[in-house]
Design a protein around this ligand. Structure first.
Ligand SMILES: Cc1cc2nc3c(=O)[nH]c(=O)nc-3n(C[C@H](O)[C@H](O)[C@H](O)COP(=O)(O)OP(=O)(O)OC[C@H]3O[C@@H](n4cnc5c(N)ncnc54)[C@H](O)[C@@H]3O)c2cc1C
Length: 574
């Protein structure tokens, strides 16, 4: 059943598993755990149901739905000292499907090394690219884009999954002159090579961009894992518009010394009306996202005892790393003038076409959708001599450079994928409705500033190739090389900082670490089977546990993680 409000939840119902947060991971887990008819599953989501909302299904509405306050948390970061004390709007999905219902749909797994790093953190090889291989593809259903685009030579069929519920495809439109020039440039320039598929685990090079779009519609954890058939399962209850305030100790006979945390306190999303407590017979699984899950733990008294007591929250478990270790991708924007003609989209016709046949400009995202250049700092880069390489390994790019054009502007996001800076999520109130203090710590480390300049320079080199002759008519900057005087550099940084944004891929706020290891600073929050340390009955199974942001857009890694989590839980309770 799907209940739209808390008063519809039967008083006496009981559940084996309570999943808190119906996003990328939560939707996946609810779908997978309820495959076993013996498990009774409750999924709690703060945002609305995705069903029946056309804007969430139309791929071209990606930016519109991200601006819709009902679908996002409306969080802002604390002033970021690295970017002239700006607060950055920190978007996060607030709807069934979470981020996967509103994100940019870019589908990239990251590098083998990123997954091997999980294994290193967990001291457990089953968390590694090889160990996770079945899960990397399990959620995916790679399909042809709708229409007649010929995609041969634009992806590698060997690296994809075809039986999962989440649709993945190249976008609808066929290549244009801009794309031909990108490919020509990759051929001509020694520094950059074409790479057939970004999802082989070895992303470096110029790749065609893939999206979580199936049959011309957005594919999310909600559409993929919680579709009409799944919603009919008698052992699955989905409760939307309901806020989990905290997890609390379950009253009853305590066996052993560990606190038993299987109870969730919930209330209407608006905060009005009475709170209720629901208890899981087996486990509570937090999947409220890297920000939401760490905030929930902190609101529940699970975190650094000294810091929690300083804000008046009673300590339940003193786990120092909760909310620490936040890593994310950050991006600078640069552009060129070009002599292409901006395509004019007739939105009425486009919408009609989409409604009729799921094709046309509405069947693909708004924004960068052509190719991505994944690159590393050169081997002989002074930066890699001055600092230990922050990337997980040689397959992991330092930069993502989005290649996007066709009209009068060629535009690039230069994304630093491997930041040295680590941020945090904190709370400063005993009220679970007060917003989290999100600190991304953007540009607070000298490596990050120097690396970002190198990323801008790489982009400039890419667009100075012969393939661009007669196409690009001028660089708009910001240009780190335009004026190398201190004043000129300051001007460059001011422009970058004024515009710098997040790619909204937070990870690492409840990081995985080995079973039995401590709970001091730098020692993680969950063990290698995702159980919260020192307590029982409670797991975290979303982006929060990924120790360091992968070098790709994060949804594929989250699906992989959630698929594995589902199997771990199924096995334990079989
Ligand atoms: C604007 C934006 C663009 C993005 N673009 C891309 C992209 O193009 N490609 C890509 O791969 N990734 C992208 N991402 C990131 C990707 O969507 C996330 O990595 C992924 O959704 C994370 O999954 P999760 O399960 O950890 O968290 P989420 O998907 O955020 O799910 C958490 C869920 O928990 C709910 N929740 C939180 N707190 C509570 C509470 N107290 N009570 C009840 N429910 C709660 C939330 O409402 C949400 O539904 C983007 C994200 C955003 C926000």
């Amino acid at each position: 059943a799907v209940y739209q409000s808390i008063d519809q939840l039967p008083e006496k119902a009981s559940y084996d598993f309570i999943i808190v947060g119906g996003g990328g991971a939560g939707g996946t887990l609810a779908g997978r755990l309820s495959e076993n008819p013996k498990f009774n599953v409750l999924l709690i989501e703060a945002g609305p149901d995705n069903e029946g909302r056309e804007d969430l299904a139309i791929p071209s509405q990606n930016l519109a739905v991200q601006a819709e306050s009902e679908y996002i948390w409306n969080w802002w970061t604390v002033p970021q000292i690295g970017v002239n004390n700006r607060s950055i709007e920190y978007k996060s999905g607030h709807v069934l499907g979470g981020g996967t219902s509103i994100n940019g749909m870019v589908y990239t797994r990251g590098a083998t090394d990123d997954y091997d790093l999980w294994g290193k953190f967990a001291k457990d090889k089953s968390w590694s690219w090889k160990g996770l291989a079945p899960y990397v593809k399990k959620h995916e259903k790679f399909v042809q884009p709708p229409g007649d685009r010929n995609i041969s030579g634009q992806y590698d069929p060997r690296v994809h999954g075809y039986k999962g519920p989440v649709g993945v495809s190249l976008p609808w439109s066929s290549p244009i002159e801009f794309d031909t020039r990108v490919m020509k440039n990759a051929e001509l320039q020694d520094e950059f090579d074409f790479n057939l598929d970004p999802n082989s685990g070895r992303p470096i090079g110029v790749t065609w961009t893939q999206f979580t779009i199936g049959g011309g519609e957005r594919s999310s954890s909600a559409t993929g894992f919680l579709g009409a058939d799944v919603r009919k399962r008698p052992n699955l209850t989905i409760l939307v518009n309901t806020y989990a305030k905290r997890v609390v100790e379950t009253i009853g006979p305590t066996i052993g010394l560990r606190k038993d945390i299987r109870t969730v306190e919930i209330v209407q999303r608006s905060g009005e009306g009475p709170s209720r407590r629901v208890t899981a017979r087996k486990e509570v699984i937090l999947t409220a996202g890297a920000i939401g899950s760490s905030k929930l733990l902190l609101d529940s008294g699970i975190g650094d005892k000294t810091e929690l007591e300083a804000v008046g929250v009673k300590s339940v478990a003193d786990i120092k790393d909760v909310g620490k270790g936040l890593t994310d991708h950050y991006t600078a924007s640069i552009s060129w003038n070009a002599n292409g003609t901006d395509p004019v989209v007739n939105t009425t016709e486009a919408l009609d076409l989409w409604r009729k046949d799921r094709i046309g400009p509405y069947a693909e995202p708004t924004g960068p959708r052509h190719q991505i250049l994944w690159s590393r700092l050169p081997k002989d880069s002074q930066l890699l001599k001055d600092y230990k390489d922050p990337s997980a390994g040689p397959n992991a790019p330092h930069f993502e450079i989005t290649l996007s054009g066709g009209g009068s502007t060629v535009f690039a996001f230069v994304v630093l994928l491997t930041p040295y800076s680590h941020g945090s999520v904190r709370i400063n109130s005993t009220d679970p409705f007060s917003p989290p203090l999100i600190d991304l710590a953007f540009l607070t480390h000298p490596f990050d500033r120097a690396a970002l300049i190198e990323g801008v320079r790489q982009t400039k080199r890419f667009y100075s190739g012969l393939a661009w002759d007669g196409y690009l008519t001028g660089f708009n900057g910001p240009d780190p090389d335009a004026d190398t005087s201190p004043a000129g550099q300051e001007e460059f940084w001011d422009k970058i900082k004024a515009d710098m944004n997040s790619f909204f891929h937070p990870c690492g706020t409840a990081a995985i670490s080995p079973k039995g290891s401590g709970i001091g600073r730098g020692e993680g929050v969950v063990d290698n089977v995702l159980k919260v340390k020192t307590v029982k009955g409670l797991r975290v199974a979303d982006a929060a546990v990924i120790p360091y942001v992968p070098t790709g857009h994060s949804q594929a890694a989250v699906y992989t993680l959630a698929e594995r989590a589902a199997d771990l839980i199924k096995e334990e309770w079989a």
